[in-house]
Design a protein around this ligand. Sequence first.
Ligand code: ZN
Length: 231
Amino acid sequence: MTTQQAPTFPEALKDGYRAFREGRLPDEAKRYVKLAKGQSPEVLLIGCCDSRVSPEVIFDASPGELFVVRNVANIVPPCEQGGEYHGTSAAIEFAVEGLQVKHIVVMGHATCGGIKAFASPPAPLSKGDFIGKWVSLVAPAAERVTKDRDAPDYLTHLEYAMVAQSLDNLLTFPFIRKRVESGELQLHGAHFGIERGELYVRDSETGEFKPAVDADGKALRPSALINCNDA
Ligand SMILES: [Zn+2]
């Protein structure tokens, strides 16, 4: 005997779709017609699943501009040839070898639950403990953190370190290393602060995260990264 009810598609999503259909869709009709033939984004963005850090919102990006992969704690696993299912690696492979993106941005964020789950593991949420196994990939990042574990900003430093670790792990994929070395592909690290919406970009020389704003205090437009001339 089951008490399961027929699923009801969320009203909030229907309302959102109605707004899209009446607003953005007709406004960007030309773009959608063009995109129906194919995509050619220049940026692969690897971010966290967290509902508060939507890359398209943060970068004010239009359809077709960002190829996005999101997983718990924006982790790029090291390149592995084993017979497991590698969802993130498959998406990276397609973006780089199929779409030939010019930039990969790994974006961490403040108060990341995945990073916290590594630092202070909670009880597994299910028998499989999928989160525990996945965030064990944060371990090499934790080794990079020199901050005391009790410091109030330890988790922020671990979030930064995970971005750096994911960037290093990207280079374990031979097809990425080759393109980076030939100058066809650039790797970038970033971190988003939720409360005030600050975006920090990682300095590849020093590893330091610096505000992504120009001298006037005006936020950098995504056009600095994305070629938007196909609107
Ligand atoms: Zn997160």
